[in-house]
Design a protein around this ligand. Structure first.
Ligand code: URP
Ligand code: ZN
Length: 448
């Protein structure tokens, strides 16, 4: 054995128990009651005392945008700073995006993204393929991609019309790939934006008012119906409103295979942020909604209508988050505080059980996105885990974050719980808040 974690409280989606856990060659070899791991095997191993801490599977953030070009800028974190920030918060796998440009094949886009990530990422990573057109060549490519999850847009310039959306869903289904959707009615957003700009209404609040809940709910409802027509499963990225969640809950009750993701900011902030000074810092799409939406999302998370919490990590520097709303680059950071916030605001406030936290941050993302070695703690699984001390406390400040962004949407928030150590493939990435890892993150082709 190379590593043994002793006396921790191990948490899976279904169980919580005191255990020792042993690792060799990056894989969990054994889990047993405290003291049960053989002495002869234990002698050469690094011993970690997990007394008083929870031992959790590493979180899988299935929604990051490292080094994403937007307008004339690029998101603040590259694959090095972004994955260090992710690891600081107990994330051990990320799924980012490779979206093909107008003159690029999907495979070329994936290769280009791999060149940006390989040798930089400090933890294992993969991509979703962003699909922006439904020509014959692209449909043919979808059938042989090494990454069986897609992202389709109903908003932005790269949005798909319904007929193309349907063709891609049918192709994805035949290929065993899962399509995901950014669901906002893009035509309606553009019309509302233009109206506000013409009227000189360009404060941050008008970003929100140009993308109200019904814009999301209508697009979700249409996407669900298109998925029904194609008899295909569908993953809804970054769900922001109760109205859209109701659509999903209804489709699921009818037996359709629909997966829903929300993000920490929809659980923890509301559109009130856009009414306050500095509201530009919170401009992202879909925007946060009202308090009733926030409550409905927490409810959906607890009652299993929502499957995954991921971050949509896409920060821009404070100086870039300025000006009229339509010129502010969309996105905010979050991967570094995903698990700490969900523990502190969710588990410590009795909104979620710890087992449910493991389910939505690790087990469900692994199952939905075809990562069989990830997302749980059991012999044979990758040794990706963290020690969380529930007695610890922390205050979030931009000055101390590992992300290169110079502000945090959670500045000054107090957290219950502190992450003591983070491991990827049995190697220590973080020890007491210090990065001690290396850039050996692997690209993960995924199973269909
Ligand atoms: O506003 C957001 N979500 N920015 C990131 C890029 C995207 O739209 O997914
Ligand atoms: Zn996104």
């Amino acid at each position: 054995m190379e590593l043994i974690v002793r006396n921790a409280t191990l948490v899976t989606p279904t169980e919580t128990f005191r255990a020792d856990l042993a690792v060799a060659r990056g894989i969990i070899q054994a889990i047993g009651t405290p003291g049960s791991i053989e002495h002869a095997e234990a002698e050469k191993a690094e011993q970690i005392d997990g007394e008083g801490c929870y031992l959790l599977p590493g979180a899988i953030d299935v929604h990051t945008h490292f080094q994403l070009p937007m307008g004339d800028t690029v998101s603040a974190d590259d694959f090095y700073s972004g994955t260090v920030a992710a690891a600081a918060g107990g994330v051990t796998t990320v799924i980012d995006f490779a979206t093909h440009g107008p003159h690029e094949t999907v495979k070329e886009a994936i290769e280009a993204r791999r060149l940006e990530a390989d040798g930089k990422a400090v933890l294992d990573y993969s991509f979703h393929a962003g699909i922006t057109r439904a020509d014959e060549a692209t449909l043919a490519e979808i059938q042989t991609l090494p990454i069986p999850s897609l992202k389709l847009f109903m908003a932005y310039a790269m949005r798909l019309e319904d007929d193309d959306f349907l063709r891609i869903l049918e192709t994805a289904k035949a290929a065993g790939a899962l399509a995901g959707v950014h669901a906002e009615n893009g035509l309606l957003v553009d019309a509302l934006r233009e109206r506000f700009i013409k009227e000189g209404k360009t404060e941050p609040l008008y970003h929100y008012l140009s993308r109200p809940a019904l814009v999301e709910a209508e697009a979700v409802s249409r996407a669900l119906r298109l998925a029904r027509l194609a008899e295909a499963p569908l993953y809804v990225f970054h769900l922001a409103s109760g109205e859209a969640l109701d659509e999903i809950a209804h489709a699921r009750r009818q037996g359709h295979r629909i997966f829903a993701e929300t993000c920490p900011h929809y659980l923890l902030h509301t559109a009130d942020r856009y009414r306050e000074p500095g509201g530009e810092r919170f401009i992202l799409s879909p925007p946060m909604k009202e308090e009733s939406d926030r409550q409905r999302l927490w409810q959906g998370l607890a009652n299993r209508e929502i499957d995954v919490v991921a971050t949509d990590h896409c920060p821009f520097m404070r100086a870039e988050k300025a000006g009229p709303f339509h010129q502010v680059p969309n996105g905010m950071g979050g991967t570094e505080v995903l698990l700490p916030l969900l523990y502190s605001e969710g588990v410590a406030k009795n909104r979620l059980t710890l087992n449910r936290l493991v389910e939505v941050l690790a087990a469900n993302p692994a199952r939905i996105f075809g990562l069989p070695g990830k997302g749980n703690l059991a012999p044979g699984m990758d040794a990706d885990f963290l020690l969380l001390d529930p007695r610890g406390k922390k205050t979030i400040t931009a000055a101390e974050q590992f992300s290169r962004c110079d502000y945090s949407p959670y500045e000054g928030w107090s957290l219950e719980g502190a992450i003591r150590m983070v491991f990827s493939g049995g190697r220590v990435l973080f020890r007491e808040g210090r990065f001690v890892g290396d850039q050996r993150g692997r690209f993960l082709p995924r199973t269909r």
